[in-house]
Design a protein around this ligand. Structure first.
Ligand SMILES: Cc1ncc(COP(=O)(O)O)c(C=O)c1O
Length: 410
């Protein structure tokens, strides 16, 4: 090996205040250093059961099928859509940011007749508009984001589950960016399939994607059950529906693997399962209500700080996510240069956005382990210093004072 070429892994101590990933809770990192177990070891199967139980708490559901998809959040989106969509099914996708387009793209790949409806970035769909679209298009499936980090908007979902039931559609919700940070009572809101990731409000690394599905979704998926030839026994029950078009993301197979049958599919990602378990354990120990409040407080402190600095917030404030804030890059300021300055001088990362918003807004995340007062205050102070260094005129000290006032009042 070339002497000195590969030093010890020694990442810079960044404060990750972008739209995710964020810094993992140190307890999660600790859990990830635990020794591996075999996937059929009784102790490991017990950990899998615990993960299902813990995520029932996180998702606020009684759903039996509450499990992990091995992969980033996108893996669970793909597993849900691939397993629900039968070729030719009509799928309605309300698009209010980049991650709506992602669902359109995935649904098309699995042979759906996709009906995208679009909203300008920075706004959400009024309930009447969704109702009209469902009545008009009569979709089999509706696939929607809860919070779309690309625009920092959160789509209200209280009414949508009921609407979908009334019109016999299944509802899939991508809660990647909101699970653990915003209230999402899955059973109460009648959401059929919901998935997430760990690297946002759950305070973990990316690489494992919790997913839950109810009986309505289960019956649609198990009618497509197919057992691999090498695993089939005379007792295997095969579904009569068309085989799910992906093997790795076949939810019928993944459910068999997570069931007491423990029918082999993939090899569960042990270390990521430890991480997911610890994320949920920590969140439930804190309590969902307290965690939601902590996120909304961090968001309020950040937005008050940014406004006091003279910056303008992006999007509809009534429907802003509680954990990511979009803010316009001021006229005459090079947004990427400011981000580079924050990283270089303060070890702080913030994001810009995609598509029409690239270079127009910054996105600042206050989520999971980083939804803390010190993280918010340090970010505001650093942003102020970098902007001042760029000769942008602003009232010095006002941002941190305003954010601090929010925390003192809470
Ligand atoms: C709403 C939403 N969905 C999906 C994703 C994709 O997640 P991942 O990068 O973990 O696959 C993201 C990531 O930012 C997201 O915000």
């Amino acid at each position: 090996m070339t002497e000195g070429k590969y030093d010890d892994l020694n990442p810079a101590p960044r404060l990750l205040m972008g739209p995710g990933p964020i810094n993992a809770d140190p307890r999660v990192l600790r859990a990830m250093s635990a020794q591996l177990l075999g996937q059929f070891d009784p102790q490991f199967r017990e950990y899998m059961k615990q993960v299902s139980e813990l995520y029932r708490g996180v998702f606020q559901t009684g759903n039996r099928w509450t499990l992990l998809i091995d992969g980033t959040a996108r893996a669970a989106i793909e597993a849900a859509l691939a397993s629900l969509i039968e070729p030719g099914d009509r799928v309605l996708v309300p698009v209010f940011g980049r991650f709506g387009h992602l669902k359109v793209e995935i649904a098309r790949r699995y042979g759906a007749e996709v009906i995208p409806i679009e909203m300008e970035w920075g706004a959400i769909f009024p309930a009447e508009m969704l109702e009209r679209a469902i009545k008009q298009h009569r979709p089999k499936i509706v696939a929607v984001s809860h919070g779309d980090t690309s625009t920092t908007m959160a789509q209200p979902l209280q009414e949508l589950g009921r609407l979908c039931r009334a019109h016999d559609a299944l509802l899939y919700v991508d809660a990647t960016a909101t699970l653990g940070g915003m209230d999402l009572p899955i059973d109460a809101w009648q959401l059929d399939v919901v998935s997430a990731g760990l690297q946002k409000c759950m305070g973990g690394p990316s690489g494992s994607a919790p997913l839950t599905l109810n009986d309505r979704a289960e019956s649609r998926i198990t009618r497509r059950r197919h057992t691999e030839a090498g695993l089939r026994t005379p007792e295997s029950v095969e579904g009569e529906g068309p085989v799910i078009r992906t093997n790795y993301f076949d939810l019928a197979m993944i459910m068999d693997y997570w069931s007491d049958k423990a029918l082999n599919h993939h090899t569960e990602a042990t270390t990521m399962l430890y991480a997911a378990r610890e994320c949920a354990r920590i969140l439930l120990q804190e309590g969902l209500k307290k965690a939601f409040f902590r996120h909304s407080l961090a968001s309020l402190a950040l937005t008050q700080g940014l406004t006091a600095m003279g910056l303008r917030l992006f999007g509809d404030p009534k429907h802003k996510m509680a954990n990511v804030t979009g803010v316009y890059i001021p006229e005459g300021v090079d947004g990427d240069k400011v981000r580079r300055g924050l990283l270089k001088d303060f070890n702080i990362e913030i994001g810009t956005s995609f598509g029409p918003l690239h270079g127009r807004i910054w996105r600042i995340g206050t989520m999971g382990y980083n939804a803390r007062s010190d993280a918010v205050l340090n970010t505001l102070g650093a942003l102020e210093a970098v902007l001042a260094g760029e000769k942008h005129k602003l009232p010095r000290g006002a941002a941190v004072d305003a954010a601090l006032a929010v925390y003192r009042k809470a």
